[in-house]
Design a protein around this ligand. Structure first.
Ligand SMILES: Nc1ncnc2c1ncn2[C@@H]1O[C@H](COP(=O)(O)OP(=O)(O)OP(=O)(O)O)[C@@H](O)[C@H]1O
Ligand SMILES: [Mg+2]
Length: 259
């Protein structure tokens, strides 16, 4: 197995609050890895450090052996790290297709010279970008909604569009922050199928945060548990379910219930 991403002694301190406390972990090839933990445990903060929204207060982050700790978010996207957000961030007045087009790496490569030259080559290049984005819409199940404004999509479909936009950047690793939040059980089934498709057929790695235990236990190869910024468990779903510290961290919330 080869290493995809590694965090070494990573901490994030906001003023007096240690949101992420000295976490070290590796993400290996061939696994769907999930990050769980109670509200405020530091999950999104950790994602924000992996994606460059925050620079860790301490520690280093490595992606395919390269130290990326100081890279900006757009530089990490170019390296192949893409994400969705816990609070959906779409261009609501753009169509479904347009939301993908703006994320496509070739969209900004139409420089002035090429635009002036125009002609068949440019038209063909544009057509290829549109076709690639339409293929992604097909994969996430939104092809029939491509001309719909993002704001008119249901909440569940907006989440799928965010995944589509993440895929449009041609990532190696996709980080999903609560992709199933607000979805009904049928949509969650479809989401599981989609995540498996992304990993198995598209050969992309997935790291996800999710509160729905049934969903997480069903899809993950390995689970990391954060509590008060600390990594308290790391193991296979069946090990996590039996782990006393994890049960205590979730006490009163029910390990098998949705939040
Ligand atoms: N920019 C920030 N400034 C100050 N404190 C922050 C900031 N971002 C997060 N925090 C704090 O860090 C802690 C961890 O927050 P975080 O959003 O990472 O938790 P989480 O595990 O994603 O929770 P949830 O399950 O509710 O999404 C919380 O106490 C939060 O209030
Ligand atoms: Mg969060």
């Amino acid at each position: 197995m080869s290493e995809i991403m590694r965090a070494d002694n990573v901490s994030m301190i906001f003023g007096g609050l240690t949101a992420v406390d000295n976490i070290s972990l590796t993400m290996e090839d061939n696994e769907i890895l999930s990050l769980i933990g109670p509200n405020g445990a530091g999950k999104t903060t950790f994602f924000n450090m992996l994606t460059g929204v925050y620079q860790p207060t301490f520690g280093t982050i490595t992606f395919y052996g390269e130290n990326i700790t100081k890279l900006k978010p757009y530089e990490r996207v170019a390296k192949g790290i893409s994400r969705t957000f816990q609070n959906i961030r779409l261009f609501s007045s753009m169509t479904t297709l347009e939301n993908l087009l703006v994320a496509h790496p070739k969209c900004n490569s139409e420089n002035i010279g090429r635009v002036l030259l125009g002609g068949k080559k440019l038209k063909k290049a544009r057509q290829e970008i549109v076709e690639e984005c339409e293929e992604i819409l097909e994969i996430v199940g939104l092809k029939d909604k491509e001309d719909e404004l993002a704001t008119n999509l249901s909440y569940g479909k907006q989440r799928l569009l965010e995944i589509g936009r993440a895929l449009a950047t041609n990532p190696k690793l996709v980080l999903l922050d609560e992709p199933g939040a607000g979805m009904n059980s049928m949509e969650k089934e479809e989401l599981s199928t989609l995540i498996r498709y992304i990993t198995q057929k598209m050969d992309k790695k997935v790291l996800l945060i999710e509160h729905d235990m049934r969903f997480v236990m069903g899809i993950s190869d390995r689970i990391l548990v954060l509590d008060h910024g600390e990594l308290i468990a790391n193991g296979k779903p069946e090990e996590i379910q039996q782990n006393q510290m994890v049960i205590e961290a979730y006490l009163g919330k029910g390990m098998t219930d949705e939040e």
